[in-house]
Design a protein around this ligand. Sequence first.
Ligand code: ZN
Length: 122
Amino acid sequence: MYIPEITCSNTLCNQKFTPKDARQNYCNRKCQQDWNNHKAKRKRDTLKPVTTALQRNRGILRKIQGSLGESTVSAEYLRGAGFNFKVQTHNRMEEEQLYHCVYDYGIQKVGNEKYKIKNYGK
Ligand SMILES: [Zn+2]
């Protein structure tokens, strides 16, 4: 049976080869692993700035919060600590109030330039 050559799915390789079966998309196992590692690295590199900012925000909230369940701080204090208001993981409604969350912490704007911080991990 004639099996036509195909191009390796690793675009960094792009070699033509004759597959041993219909499911083979890479010229060899190492080429498949290299491609999967390349994709994983690209994904990590793309997410890294956001992940770093989220982790920094969480660290700031954790430090402010300490062992308290709830506290209030000024926006200036958060900015001074390096808090990035542009990143969050999700929103949460609680008693009809919107909280912008960073993992297990939530902040809610209360009044002028003040934020209430809650730790949901407690
Ligand atoms: Zn290849």
